[in-house]
Write a protein that binds this ligand. Structure first.
Ligand code: FAD
Length: 348
């Protein structure tokens, strides 16, 4: 199946590309579509109700929300709250806003649920392999460098407590490096959804890179549809079409953010257990949950697990999960019964 329009160029940095199938339709006056750059990637918000103040107000409020999130959780900004926490001393908890605490809490919970496959303290390893703000390595990190970075990793070294109305973020070692990059897009999608609903907008589609939230219907009165892209170099090729029906959908993949060193391909998904990028055949994982934050946490954890363990985990926890596995013949989609109702039936 092929889309009738080219892949937007701003998606080059993405792991997962989701295309709005409605994008090529002419918009009636009620439908407003804004887009922009954020978090080293892009966002698109389509609303099918009037936003108070119109398109300019929508753009301004979404951009302000995303700028605030950057100030809180961007490890790419040395002045952000998270960077100040990372640079700060051990055992001196820092007060953080509720919005940030919610993301940290999700990271900690998903870390426990997935047996440490998702680890929001994995930053030193992400950076060592050249997938964070640091430069790409010129050669493969040594076993000693990996072992050293691993001594700084582990959510047992991170604490989140509540004191009165305040959330306190603490660490037990000075050089712990909290990295919420994997959760940022999901959190942003959820926050934009909350903003829209607070303004009386109930028909919307929000896409922050691979994290999607939708509600209601599009300008044709149809449910929103989202494409899961084929994990190949073939621009515009899609694997399947999902109708999220008000649920959140998030996809992670290993096929867009990678580099090659001495003929070996390294992806940005790091297995905290080995301290190295994953090497298995699972190339894309999509999850449907009520919130994009939760889905965004789980998709990365599934990508760490690999095809068999990810499917077993999804079955145990009765999750709506869709995996794409590389095979000798090409790609194979494997999904749980919970995901099936969201798939658009293919026409023969
Ligand atoms: P996901 O699968 O959602 O996450 C993969 C990322 O999570 C990896 O890149 C790594 O950082 C981390 N990770 C890898 N393995 C694990 C693991 N086992 N457990 C937990 N985490 C893991 N990028 C830029 O290039 N420039 C920017 O200016 C920039 N600003 C940002 C600002 C904010 C507020 C945030 C949240 C991110 C920013 N990023 C920036 C990061 C960029 O968005 C990442 O490429 C993106 O977060 C990766 O998300 P993804 O959906 O591509 O992959």
């Amino acid at each position: 199946m092929r889309l009738p329009f080219p892949v937007p160029s701003q998606t080059g940095l993405l792991l997962t590309l989701m295309l709005l199938l409605t994008a090529c339709q002419p918009s009636p006056p009620t439908q407003t579509r804004i887009q922009g750059k954020t978090m080293g990637t892009f966002y698109v918000v389509t609303v099918n109700d009037a936003f108070p103040g119109g398109e300019a107000a929508l753009q301004q409020e979404v951009d302000a929300l995303l700028a605030r999130m950057n100030e809180e959780i961007s490890t790419y900004d040395p002045g952000s709250l998270i960077s100040r926490f990372n640079q700060g001393p051990a055992n001196e908890p820092m007060v953080i806003p509720t919005s940030m605490a919610k993301i940290v809490q999700q990271g900690i919970e998903a870390g426990h649920l997935t047996g440490g496959k998702l680890d929001v303290t994995v930053g030193p390893l992400v950076n060592l392999w050249g997938f964070g703000p640091d430069k790409r390595p010129l050669k493969r990190p040594t076993a000693e460098q990996i072992a050293k970075a691993r001594t700084r990793v582990g959510i047992d070294k991170l604490s989140l407590t509540k004191q009165g109305d305040n959330f306190l973020l603490g660490k037990s070692i000075p050089d712990l490096y909290l990295d919420l990059s994997t959760l940022g897009e999901g959190a942003a999608s959820d926050e934009i959804a909350t903003l829209l609903e607070s303004k009386g907008v109930n028909n919307y589609l929000i896409e922050v890179a691979g994290a999607v939230r939708s509600h209601g219907h599009n300008s044709k009165g149809n449910p929103w549809r989202v494409a899961i892209v084929e994990p190949s170099d073939n621009p515009g090729a899609i694997e399947d079409v999902v109708i999220p029906n008000g649920m959140a959908l998030s996809t992670a993949g290993s096929y867009r953010n990678y580099y090659e060193l001495d003929g070996v391909r390294y992806s940005h998904i790091i297995d905290p257990a080995s301290g190295a990028p994953v090497t298995h055949k699972l190339v894309s994982a999509s999850v449907i949950t009520p919130t994009a934050l939760e889905a965004d946490a789980l998709d990365t954890a599934l990508m760490v697990m690999g095809p068999e363990q990810a499917l077993a985990f999804a079955k145990t926890h009765q999750l709506a999960v869709y995996l794409i596995v590389k095979t000798a013949q090409g790609f194979e989609a494997r999904f749980t019964p919970q995901f099936a109702p969201y798939l658009q039936q293919k026409t023969p």
